[in-house]
Unconditional design. Sequence first.
Length: 255
Amino acid sequence: MRVANATALDRFLWGYVGRERLVMLDYDGTLAPFTVERDKAYVPVALSAVLNRLSMNTLNIVAVVSGRVAEEVARLLRASHVVRIPLIFGSHGSESIDWNGVSHRIDIDKESLVGLDRVYDLLLRKIDSTLVERKYASIAVHVRGMERGEADKVLRFAVSVFRDSSVPGFRIVEFNGGVELRSRASDKGKAVASLLKRYPEATAVYLGDDETDEDAFRELKGKGLSIRIGDEGMDTCADVVFQRWEVGDFLKRFE
């Protein structure tokens, strides 16, 4: 563990006991290890048990904030034997599933959706369809597990298509294992902001491993504790850096 902001860590550790806690978690790389087969990225048994115990504690509000489609996160959690599915913000916050399983989406104008469809068709001309993921408000190209040279070739083509597309209100974002054309109306920081607004009295913490989680860390500055999962020497806005094996032990504090 590397502590970059001891004040934030101390404030959190002294403040969460006996209070409502908002525990926000990234999925891939934080709850589940990265896998080449994305549909088999399950939460390890021991960590699933911790999540189940967290959900049984009425002081905890558990939310998963992921780049994956929200329903896909729900499916993977169910397959990982997580009994009570938490709040889920999918596609970097552009869609969500609440406690009752009701889905919500941000508004995207028709012109942008048509533009995304056009970009998707262009990508499929040179990229295998298994590598291209069409989400509600974005398109992601995945290269995890590919040979470096081939991966670079795919990414260069994808970025060139994204840049030439000029879909209004969208930006190119790199993530661990690929690149994405995503709506500027959604990111993990905006998802965190909506959760903080919904639960203003809760002591908040966010754990994530990716560059896309940096938006969440920035939003949480001065409002809670942010934890980046990865190498201790990495550059991050987070208050603390954990190794992935430390995640379970940290979450056990809230059981």
